[in-house]
Design a protein around this ligand. Structure first.
Ligand SMILES: [Zn+2]
Length: 208
């Protein structure tokens, strides 16, 4: 009697990731550009303890936020180009929260943040509240109560007048400050608000 022939199914090879697979593990919040799209896959812990989203594609480990930036912008990044998070959330890979710059820009941003000391997300919240018509005093009280953030009304007013946090894009704020005369045309270059020191070179009156 002959042995019945049995076929052993071939072991299925684990499919390799393609670049666009990156979106499978990204919580894209239904495409909402405002919200952070956090990575649901693996992370690499950076030197500062920050979590960096990673994915392995064809045997090469890539940073997800860089890859997403490349896919959205249709070009490869040079090694020296730094992709920064406008939202301060290193887990976020929302291409609308990512900007490319140099290490120098990165340092500039950090210095500005240190100077006034508030998180990007908190400043965005302040901007939102101002935009819907809240007074600076109300915003100051709200931030203390809801987020345990100490920010006095005069600082909120300076944000509203586009004196502080100019590096954060804010269309409503630009328009408000222009209408009220806190900003002038020379504060902008190519439609972009310049840092205060650059726009007001030689201007001795430093305070708004
Ligand atoms: Zn984000």
């Amino acid at each position: 009697m002959t042995e019945p022939i049995t076929f052993k199914p071939k072991a299925k090879r684990k499919p390799r990731n393609a670049e666009t697979d990156v979106f499978k593990k990204l919580d894209m919040k239904g495409g909402d550009k405002e919200q952070c799209w956090e990575w649901q896959g693996r992370f690499h812990i950076g030197n500062g303890g920050e979590q960096r989203a990673i994915i392995t594609i064809a045997g090469v480990r890539r940073y997800v936020h860089r890859l997403v930036w490349e896919l959205y912008n249709g070009r490869a990044l040079a090694h020296k180009e730094v992709v920064r998070h406008k939202c301060d959330n290193t887990k976020c890979c929302n291409p609308f929260h990512l900007i490319v710059g140099t290490q120098k820009d990165n340092v500039q941003d950090m210095l500005e943040r240190e100077r006034t000391g508030h998180k990007h997300a908190d400043v965005k919240k302040i901007m939102q509240l101002l935009e819907i018509g809240c007074s600076s005093e109300y915003v100051s009280a709200y931030m203390k109560k809801e987020r345990d953030v100490e920010i006095d009304a005069s600082t909120v007013r300076r944000i509203k007048r586009r004196r502080y946090y100019r590096f954060i894009e804010w269309e409503w704020g630009d328009k408000y400050a222009l209408d009220k005369g806190y900003l002038v045309a020379s504060d902008f270059r190519d439609g972009k608000l310049l840092p205060y020191a650059e726009a007001r070179k030689g201007d001795e009156d430093g305070e708004p």
